[in-house]
Ligand binder design. Structure first.
Ligand SMILES: Nc1ncnc2c1ncn2[C@@H]1O[C@H](COP(=O)(O)OP(=O)(O)OP(=O)(O)O)[C@@H](O)[C@H]1O
Length: 390
C-alpha cells in the first residue's frame, strides 16, 4: 500500500504530511458514523489540541485507499475556506493498514442541533448561518466543484458560530451540462427534482435546491420534505410548490422518468402558507432555491446579493450568536431525531453498496475518469474561470 503518495497533490503544492502515526492522538469518543468512515473526537497528545479524526473505511485494504476516499482528499486540498471544514493532516495506523483524516473539531452538526435545541432559530440567526453556507457554496462552485450532499448533518458549527461544510465524499468537479453523472447522489430529503426524474447531466444547481431545503429546515426546525421514498418526495414537493410542467420547466416532459411518474395535479405554490411568518423577500428567496428548472434556479452568487439579507431583521453577527451545549454530547430522543437517524442509516446502507461497486469498477477502468471511478484527475485544474451563470 502506498498511502503517503496518495495524499500528495499532483504538483506537490498542496502536499499533506502523512508521516504522523495515529498513536499521536488520544481518542476521546466516537461522534459520527457515516458511509465513508467513523469520526472520533480526539486529542493531539503533543499539543493538546482537540481534533476530529475520520477513520476511512478500508474494507479492501490490500487494494489501497478507496477512490471514493481519494475524492474527498483531493477536493479538501483545493477547498480552503473559512466555511469549509479544515483538513489538517492525513495520519496512518501503526501497520499502514488504516488511514485517518485529521480535521479541526467543531462542537455541533446542525442536524443534531435542530433536533435538540429547545427553541427555533430566529430569522436573524438563520440569515447568519445561511450567508455562511452561501459563501462556501459560491466558493466551491466558482472552482467547479459540486458538493452533492448538502444537508443539515453535513453542516458543522464551531463554538464561535462559524459554520463549516463537511463531508466531501460525494463531491466532484463538473463541466456545465457536458457530462453524465451518477444519478444516486444527495441524501433523499435534500435531493433536487431533476435527479429524481433521472437527469444525468445535472449541474451544480442540485446544491442550490439542497440549500433551499436547508433554509426552510432552519426556519421551521424540522425537515421540509421528510420523505421515505423518491416517489413520496416528488409528491411532497408537488404538494408544496405545485406540479412541474413544460411551461415552467422546458424539457421536463422528456426527462427519463417523467412518463413513469404520476404526480398530483396541483397548480398552486403554497410556500407562503407553509412559512406564514417569513417575509415576502424571504419567501421570494426560498422560491428561487426551490425552482424546478435548474437553469432558472438561483446561484449562490446571486443569492448572496438577495435583498432578504439587507432587510430587517438583519443577519446576526457571528459574535452575537447564542452558545449551545455541544450537540455531539446530546442524547437524541425526539421523533424527529429518530426519523433523521433512520433516513441517514438507510442512505448510508445504499451508499456502502454503491461505493463497494464503484471501488471495484475503478479497478477495471480509468481511476480518474467517469463518475464511477473517482472524480479528481491529476490534470484537473485547481481553479477555473468563474462560470457564466455567476
Ligand atoms: N470536523 C468535525 N468536527 C466535529 N464533528 C464532525 C466533524 N466531521 C464530522 N463530524 C461528525 O461526524 C458525522 C459524519 O461525518 P461525515 O459526514 O464526514 O462522514 P461520512 O462517513 O462521509 O458520512 P455520510 O454517511 O453522511 O456521507 C457528521 O455528521 C458530524 O456529526
Amino acid at each position: 500500500m502506498s498511502e503517503p503518495s496518495l495524499a500528495t497533490g499532483a504538483s506537490g503544492e498542496n502536499a499533506l504530511p502523512v508521516i504522523d502515526p495515529v498513536q499521536n492522538y488520544e481518542k476521546i469518543r466516537r461522534i459520527g458514523e457515516g458511509t465513508y468512515g467513523t469520526v472520533y473526537k480526539a486529542r493531539d497528545r503533543r499539543t493538546g489540541e482537540v481534533v476530529a479524526l475520520k477513520q476511512l473505511r478500508m474494507e479492501r485494504e490490500r487494494d489501497g485507499m478507496p477512490v471514493t476516499s481519494m475524492r474527498e482528499l483531493r477536493v479538501l486540498q483545493t477547498c480552503r475556506h473559512p466555511s469549509i471544514v479544515e483538513l489538517k493532516k492525513v495520519v496512518t495506523g501503526s501497520k499502514l493498514d488504516s488511514v485517518f483524516l485529521v480535521f479541526e473539531y467543531c462542537s455541533h452538526d446542525l442536524g443534531r442541533l435542530v433536533d435538540t435545541i429547545p427553541r427555533k432559530f430566529s430569522e436573524s440567526e438563520v440569515k447568519c448561518l445561511l450567508l455562511q453556507i452561501l459563501e462556501a457554496v459560491d466558493f466551491m462552485h466558482a472552482r467547479w466543484i459540486m458538493h452533492r450532499d448538502l444537508k443539515l448533518s453535513n453542516l458543522l458549527l464551531t463554538k464561535d458560530s462559524r459554520l463549516k461544510i463537511c463531508d466531501f465524499g460525494l463531491a466532484r468537479y463538473f463541466r456545465a451540462h457536458e457530462e453524465a453523472y451518477t444519478p444516486r447522489v444527495v441524501t433523499l430529503w435534500y435531493r433536487a427534482p431533476e435527479i429524481l426524474l433521472g437527469l444525468e447531466t445535472y449541474t451544480e444547481a442540485v446544491d442550490m435546491w439542497s440549500v433551499g431545503c436547508i433554509m426552510a429546515e432552519l426556519l421551521r426546525c424540522e425537515p421540509l420534505f421528510p420523505a421515505k421514498t423518491e416517489m413520496q418526495l416528488l409528491q411532497m414537493i408537488t404538494a408544496l410548490i405545485g406540479a412541474p410542467n413544460e411551461r415552467i420547466w422546458p424539457g421536463y416532459s422528456s426527462l427519463p422518468l417523467t412518463s413513469k411518474m404520476t404526480l398530483p395535479d396541483q397548480p398552486y405554490n403554497l410556500l407562503e402558507r407553509e412559512l406564514p411568518h417569513l417575509s415576502a423577500e424571504g419567501t421570494d428567496l426560498l422560491n428561487r432555491f426551490l425552482t424546478y428548472d435548474p437553469d432558472k434556479r438561483i446561484t449562490a452568487r446571486q443569492a448572496l446579493r438577495h435583498p432578504y439579507f439587507r432587510q430587517n431583521p438583519f443577519p446576526r453577527p457571528r459574535a452575537d450568536m447564542p452558545q449551545f451545549p455541544s450537540a455531539h454530547d446530546a442524547e437524541l430522543h425526539s421523533n424527529q431525531a429518530h426519523r433523521r437517524a433512520q433516513m441517514e442509516e438507510q442512505e448510508a446502507d445504499t451508499r456502502k453498496k454503491r461505493r463497494a461497486q464503484q471501488d471495484v469498477d475503478s479497478r477495471f477502468g480509468d481511476v480518474f475518469g467517469g463518475d464511477g471511478g473517482g472524480a479528481f484527475g491529476a490534470a484537473e485544474p485547481a481553479v477555473r474561470a468563474v462560470r457564466h451563470r455567476h
